[in-house]
Design a protein around this ligand. Structure first.
Ligand code: GDP
Length: 322
């Protein structure tokens, strides 16, 4: 059954009731068993991170790109962010989504396109929210991060200003937790996680590494390289992260400007957003969502279909609740 109303963010997994990881079967069914998409291979893009760090704001750019490119077929050049297409937020991602709830949201509309090979592919967007700094909920957040890593082909780790050692510790712990689920089910044995992006917001050190993905790559090299100044434990941690993902990338985004960050009256007008931020978002989004960059989700080396997400998400929720 398709949604009869405007697309919006829907909570598919939450932790609000008695701290149990609960999947919302009705929403899963509506989104992933929709006859028009259920049998197609799927690219699952997940953005993960703590609250109030601009995830929803960024996802609105993702939704705009997907809509313009694959539904309205309006994008013909690298310049796809135009004021004539309206404001960037306010109507989309936040609508209907429970704020500050630990859990996973899905964009209810699944977009369809073709890979360069001509094969059809469905694109699913997820937003995973946690509070990684609070110890009492760390285990729950680990489970949410693990589930979103298990079900996505592209995991974007949204961080503010830097990649800290604590972020690496969380990443290793949370993803390692997910790997346990892979190992216990023989069907999933040996499937590595796919692409990981570190997305650094409000990057303050442009003089050291420039904005965008080339500066990001340099930062990444400096962060993941082994160094004699670090303890062997930290070096092992870095090695573990490198082994968990097939590819790791990084992008450094500029600050979006004071109006976006602080003004209660910010309505999502492009002209109120810092031009450098817009330029780098305009470059970053197609690196994830253009046809040649879409990554089909695989488990055990096999491409999965949209309808498989219905099953896997419930299995993983049971696993981490148990
Ligand atoms: P989420 O909780 O991570 O989804 O965060 P939101 O997208 O709701 O953004 C939280 C606040 O930060 C809002 O006031 C946004 O306008 C603002 N914001 C969005 N993106 C950025 C960014 O890149 N940097 C800064 N400093 N603020 C941002």
């Amino acid at each position: 059954m398709a949604f009869a109303y405007e697309p919006s963010a829907k909570q598919i997994i939450d932790l609000s009731e008695g701290n149990k990881i609960a999947a919302n079967e009705d929403i899963l069914r509506q989104v992933f068993l929709n006859p028009s998409v259920k049998d197609k291979p799927v690219c699952v893009v997940s953005i993960n991170g703590t609250f109030r760090q601009g995830k929803s704001f960024l996802i609105n750019f993702f939704v705009r790109y997907l809509k313009l490119k694959y539904k309205l077929k309006k994008i013909t050049s690298e310049k796809w962010l135009n004021a004539e297409d309206g404001n960037i937020s306010g109507t989309a991602w936040k609508c209907g989504s429970g704020r500050h709830t630990v859990g996973i949201l899905v964009w209810s509309e699944i977009f369809i396109t073709e890979l360069p090979s001509g094969e059809e592919i469905a694109i699913v967007l997820l937003d995973s929210q946690g509070t990684f700094d609070v110890d009492t909920t760390k285990q729950d957040c680990a489970a949410i991060f693990a589930i979103s890593t298990l079900i996505s082909s592209v995991q974007i780790f949204n961080l503010k200003e830097k990649i800290s050692l604590l972020d690496l510790e969380h990443l290793e712990c949370f993803s390692g937790y997910g790997q346990l689920a892979l190992q216990e089910g023989s069907r999933w044995n040996a499937a590595p996680f796919q692409n990981l992006w570190f997305l650094i917001r409000d990057w303050p050190y442009q003089f050291e590494f420039d904005f965008g993905t080339s500066g990001g790559q340099q930062l990444l090299n400096s962060v993941v390289s082994r160094t004699t100044e670090l303890t062997s434990e930290l070096n092992i941690q870095k090695d573990n992260i490198l082994k968990l993902f097939e590819n790791i990338y990084c992008c450094l985004l500029p600050h979006p400007g004071e109006t976006v960050a602080k003004s209660p009256s910010f309505s999502g007008k492009l002209e109120d957003i810092d031009e450098r931020f817009l330029k780098h978002v305009e470059e970053f989004v197609p690196k994830i969502l253009s046809q040649e960059n879409l990554v089909p989700k695989t488990i055990n080396g096999e491409k999965i279909k949209v309808s498989d997400l219905f099953t896997f998400i419930q299995l993983y929720c049971d696993y981490f609740s148990g």
